[in-house]
Design a protein around this ligand. Sequence first.
Ligand code: PA5
Length: 469
Amino acid sequence: MAARKTPQITLDYNNVLTSAVGKSHGLTAAAIDGIAAKAPRIAALLAAQRAAGKLPYRDLPYRDDHAKAIAASVARKRGRFDNVVVLGIGGSALGATAIYTACAKPYASLLDKKQRKSPRLFVMDNIDPAQFAAMLETIDPARSLFVPISKSGSTAETMAQFMICRELLKKRLGAKYARNVVAITDQAKGYLRPIAEQEGYETFPVPDGVGGRFSVLSPVGLFPLAMVGIDIKALLEGAAAMDRRCETPRLRENPAFLSAAIQYLCYQRGKPMSVMMPYSQALRDVADWYRQLWAESLGKIRTRGSKSECVGPTPIKALGVTDQHSQVQLYREGPNDKVFTLLAVGDFGCDIAIPKAFGDVEGCGYLGGHTMGELMDAERRATTFALTKSQRPNVTITLPVVNEYTVGQLLYMLMVQTSFAGELLGINTYDQPGVEEGKIATYALMGRKGYAAARKEIRSLKGSRKYIV
Ligand code: PA5
């Protein structure tokens, strides 16, 4: 393996221990030992689920068939497109955004067409008509590849977006329009698959049993990312390297299990809020992707016997250093109900010297001669220090560099962490029944056949206009 691919991410958990943040807010070695004792059983359970094909996301790093088919497709399209437009929402969109922000050069899409090395990426994960219209005005549809991504093919947002784009393409390109569409959907089920077959689109599968928020390493993330120049081979190699680290049932050697244990113990000890705070602009959208993974997987009604209770930590995304001037006041002096995960970067790949100037101005002269990277690092360490001093438990995950290989490790670790945390919480990590009610109400309000009863129920809600000022 090439040297550039070997850096390994690390998890520093010193500052969640009682020795750092005190007895009231810290974790004892005994508490961690308690979870360590459960880890072999959970590891065996997860391994059995994997062997039985029930955790197919775990095997995505090894799906050479996906990687090869995607590489061939990307090669066939070389030079044909200036834009790749992903149409999708939730797990169909957040992963591609997270990896693109992390691994593509910032502002690449603002470069002149001749200077750009790859097509621009637009991930349309909302249905704000003003934003969507602006996107359509910005691109030339004939030079754009539209990628509807929907496992079910019935997600109203994605299908509405797709119907608009299809109409536009048909007007512009006539019968040949299908060459500008690649659909990513369930292999056999759902509504998008038959449409794709009927209209003759190229397709890639969302593998069976892989839910949206666990699909980033499937064609859902890989195809659009490969189209815009991301090294998906390195991404998968990074994920596979983390998979090997996650094989051990020994909690303190398994970063995903250990991180889940810390989150779980803090949750149990009055810290239902979990803040992820990357000290890296590139990792900003990883926190957004993780927020969905953690919330949709773990926020559940847990039923044990006749007792039901609502469980799940609340993930919060923040950004260092920006949110030091927005959130950190609350994080230090507000309720001590949070556990913090800081994402640190060892080497930003470049640095900028702060020029020596204003030597006689005490308030800023001291900065001269340092670098922007030094300032970023100092601010992260300062926040860690300040949080610890006010007894706020925090861990730091460090990426030696930010590239496809390390981001692959990080995302895979966070997915396994979620699986392990789900077992600790005793819930079904992989369903999302709570999302359904809103989907059904939307279908009803938009006139979908078969939803008359829901429509009636919504209309029967009295007094909804009474308290508006
Ligand atoms: O993680 C999930 O399962 C969800 O966020 C889905 O990805 C999201 O609801 C979109 O669903 P679909 O891919 O069916 O359009």
